[in-house]
Design a protein around this ligand. Sequence first.
Ligand SMILES: *Cc1c(COP(=O)(O)O)cnc(C)c1O
Length: 348
Amino acid sequence: MSYFRPAIDAMTGYVPGEQPKSGIKVIKLNTNENPYLPSPKAIAALASIDPDTLRRYPDPFAYEFCLAVSESLGIPKDWVIVGNGSDDVLNILIRAVAEGSDRQVVYPMPTYVLYRTLAAMQPAQVAEIPYGDDFRLPIAELVAANGAVTFIASPNSPSGHIVPLADLRELARQVTGILAIDEAYVDFAEYSALPLVQEFENVIVLRTLSKGYSLAGLRLGFGIANPKLLSGLFKVKDSYNIDTVAIAVGTAAMRDQDYKNACAAKVKTSRTKLTSDLKNLDYTVLESHGNFVLTTPPKGNAEEIYLKLKESGILVRYFNQAGLSDKLRITVGTDEQNQALIDFLSTL
Ligand SMILES: *Cc1c(COP(=O)(O)O)cnc(C)c1O
């Protein structure tokens, strides 16, 4: 006897990267957080929150934040849905469109594991289409899987590769369901797929303030799509999914694109250095367009190295799954943090 639905009994819960207790000193390179503080303007907005506004429910549509997105990214203000992190938008999307085997969830592998977890809860069947070694988008196979929604993370985690715009456009043209392009790492990349939302009625682009804007603790993300696509999502969205504090702080951060871009530029410079330092230690490193690198140690003993690093106070991400068990995903930290990592690896 179980208290739960069969789908819940059958599924595995999502396992997030470790979050050490505050006060414990670690070099945290395991969950792709930004090593720099949020924008000073966001910090000022936090300090100036009027406690009286906390007495009231927040704006269900976070209009002020939508306006900041609209003006910063050059899209109409009614083309935005705001979520409690982009994970919330992913959840809303799957709940709105996916169900069983007729309305399945499709994505290439390896990618963000949460797509699988959210589909399992629904439950909706998933079709996981492997990327080849070259990480070319398997367009024909993805289309043939006929998803109610197809997820493409670009730049992708954990590989760090970015999907060419022409491939995303071709996929958007051919799929019958929704194409969700997860741009959690776009701030560290050279281009965005955002223009596709204007070209295709079935495309939604997902963004987050967790990575580029250094606000993972705030929980704020958003989706950009035409109002017709958003209308179904708004029915599923929790009325008060974004709180008053997140709206105020997130709005200030969104309006400070210069600060975000300056931090991203520092991260990209550090990414180049970390990549070459790892290569000098004979690690294989995939070219990354995110704030992390996926690397294979020369002896393939990734799990052992992950554990040794952890013992010495450096957290990186190890995925014990097919195709990834000989690799480590390392978040790009400050140059000092990256150097500490390299110094330790060179002693092994
Ligand atoms: C970090 C990440 C997210 C989640 O971002 P939140 O806004 O913090 O929920 C979504 N997709 C991918 C691929 C990510 O790496």
